[in-house]
Design a protein around this ligand. Structure first.
Ligand code: NAD
Length: 359
């Protein structure tokens, strides 16, 4: 009963025409930022997260405290718990689902392949089954990934480019998610928007990602490993700042249209959309390190090695013209500025600000 009350309070809408959104993966990096942004503009938000230990769960708890302090309640549970999901939909008639829960990371898949199947495929299907039967059916916006472009080397990547060469199991499960959601769209009339995020970074970010682990190692005086690709070419990524991604997510929710199904049956033409959300200006990884060194005022100990065959692709670069036209998406933060904000957060979160020499 207590739990239901918290869910209802959290789902309350405080603006006219607002939405009630179930955010899966709310204790994650992107989920936290999206939940806060929705809450701040007056939408109702309920989070769901299983607090898995892929990376330090205390960071997920800290993000959740931040969410709680802004009135967002996060239910602890797994996507695969269909009963729990159905119960949530009994308590709140969600108009939208922002589906961000997933097993992320490309290298972890070598050791833990089944966690990708569990969260990114089985969990996705469980969620879609519940959405399909919900009345009203919510519109769904979910995180695919730039990794679906895989070994495609024609840049920049456009949504219609080939995605049939995934370079990792992670990428394969995201590609599978696109096919699965498309199926639920045309069979059951669910409104679906898939967002291919390009390397998202920023405050409250993910410790497994390079910009984060480089920062940690540089500050601790430990070496960092920089991969280079074929013919010693530097790897490059279209690093995209979290606030830009959040704007793309909100723009997607706002334009997602309605699901047209009813009681699990299709009745009309619900939209199925896919968008790149990137920054359109790739930066080579050694340049990322240079920027971090400048912000941290500490020299990195570089260990440059050939890229092992572990699922990383050599470069990414988004063509964002579709998102620009349909969502008004326009990234405004360059890597220099975004990393400055990340470093400021990192130092404060880890208590560095009181120490000498790192202001
Ligand atoms: P994250 O790992 O910080 O967040 C994902 C959250 O989902 C975590 O808090 C985790 O505990 C939760 N979760 C995982 N499996 C779950 C399950 N079965 N049930 C309930 N909760 C579960 O990752 P993120 O960087 O915030 O990524 C958000 C989404 O965006 C993911 O789908 C990810 O694949 C995608 N994406 C991220 C990036 C990026 O650069 N950060 C790039 C491309 C795509």
């Amino acid at each position: 009963i207590q739990w239901e009350k918290q869910v209802r309070n959290s789902a309350q809408i405080h603006r006219s025409g607002g939405m009630s959104v179930l955010v899966t993966g709310a204790a994650g990096f992107v989920g936290t930022h999206v939940s806060l942004a929705l809450k701040k503009r007056g939408d109702g938000v309920v989070g769901l997260d299983n607090f898995n230990n892929y990376y330090d769960p205390s960071l997920k708890r800290a993000r959740t405290s931040l969410l709680n302090s802004h009135g967002v309640f996060v239910v602890e549970g797994d996507l695969n718990d269909g009963k729990l999901l159905a119960k949530l939909f009994d308590v709140v008639a969600f108009t939208h689902v922002m589906h961000l829960a997933a097993q992320a990371g490309v290298r972890y898949a070598m050791e833990n392949p089944n966690s990708y199947v569990h969260s990114n495929i089985a969990g996705l299907v469980t969620l879609l089954e519940v959405c399909k039967s919900a009345k009203p059916q919510p519109a769904i916006v979910w995180a695919s990934s730039s990794s679906v472009y895989g070994l495609n080397d024609k840049v920049p990547f456009s949504e219609s480019d080939r995605t049939d060469q995934p370079a990792s199991l992670y990428a394969a499960t995201k590609k599978a998610g696109e096919e699965i959601t498309h199926t639920y769209n045309h069979i059951y009339g669910l409104s679906i928007t898939g967002l291919r995020f390009f390397t998202v970074y920023g405050p409250w970010g993910r410790p497994d990602m390079a910009y984060f682990s480089f920062t940690r190692n540089i500050l601790q005086g430990k070496p960092i490993t920089i991969y280079r690709g074929k013919n010693r070419a530097d790897l490059a990524r279209d690093f995209t700042y979290i606030d830009d991604i959040v704007k793309g997510c909100l723009g997607s929710l706002d334009t997602s249209g309605e699901s047209t199904g009813s009681g699990g049956k299709k009745t009309g033409n619900a939209p199925y959309r896919i968008f790149n959300l990137g920054n359109t200006s790739p930066v080579k990884v050694p340049e990322l390190v240079n920027i971090l060194e400048r912000h941290l005022k500490v020299k990195a100990k570089r260990n440059i090695v050939d890229m092992p065959g572990n699922g990383d692709v050599p470069f990414t670069h988004a063509n964002i013209s579709h998102a620009q036209r349909a969502l008004g998406y326009k990234p405004t933060t360059d890597l220099q500025t975004g990393l400055k904000k990340f470093v400021r957060w990192y130092l404060s979160y880890h208590g560095y600000n009181n120490r000498k020499g790192l202001q």
